[in-house]
Design a protein around this ligand. Sequence first.
Ligand code: NDP
Ligand code: OXD
Length: 309
Amino acid sequence: MINVFFASTHSDWAEFGGALRSAFAAAGLDVNLTRDIDPALVDYIVYAPTGWLKDFTPFTRLKGVQSLWAGVEKIVGNETLQVPLARMVDSGLREGMVEYCVGHVLRYHLGMDRDVLRQNANWEVHVPPLARDRSVVILGLGALGTAVAQALSALNFSVTGWSRTQKEIDGVRCLAGDVGLEEALRAGEIVVLLLPQTSETDNVLNEERLAVLPRGACILNPGRGPLIDDDALLAALEDGHIAHATLDVFRVEPLPGDHPYWAHPHVTVTPHIASDTRPDSAARLVADNIRRSEAGKAMLHTVDRSLGY
Ligand code: NDP
Ligand code: OXD
């Protein structure tokens, strides 16, 4: 019997419990999935940062932790955790992120806000350029950024992607490193941030880098709040250098009611809903990772602690 401790919220338990049980059974695993157990008996933890677990020391026979979230910034530096940590790479999470990003990129590209808001009996004609003449930059070409880049490229957008290590993706101009970032930003009429939150990515869009973007650029951030210097973004919005920002993630969540982003005419706030882990597909990864670990294989999508993602 393998003891799996579910360390997340009540509502996650209601959402994921059944799917996990089915996936364990389908994988032929004899699992006791529980929220109530002596920590010393736990083999694996299914974890979400919204739960209460901070100290892993009592879990003395722990073999691995599976995050339900893709972003692991809240757990990756936890020194009480000494076993492999796998992050969530889920087809549902990926599809949701592609839909969110394609939707908002098309909104910017087609100037939908202008048309939606301008129902004033004025026959104003604005013909948008074709997607092939619109440059979109994706910062981060991992599980999510690559899928978004491919989806936008399939719609004919001129897509540039940037990552730490050099990539090759059909239909996407791939750049890497500091020089690559500047070159990518120079092309960024629409910029999508899909980087993890690490010490290296903190304020990646700062005052200097925002200034490199073409005047009138639009920003879409479903990555993490600290990727952007908020004061620098507000200043760039104020002087029109940045035309609009759609922000899904923030340094403090929920975003406080008095934050200037809420009332800003050129900011759209979405409440960290760009995409969500979907129970059925995610549960299959959890089961697969436990099966692999029990067979002496490495879990998939383990985090590199030294890189922080
Ligand atoms: P991955 O780990 O698969 O990809 C991360 C990408 O960022 C990689 O391409 C990586 O480069 C690149 N990167 C990391 N550090 C640097 C750096 N210093 N310089 C340049 N590139 C860097 O993550 P995912 O694609 O799965 O997820 C990305 C993020 O999206 C998550 O960390 C999370 O914060 C966010 N997210 C938000 C959600 C929402 O609802 N708002 C939902 C899910 C995720 P390389 O490939 O070279 O390693
Ligand atoms: C995630 C998220 O990281 O929902 O999975 O933000």
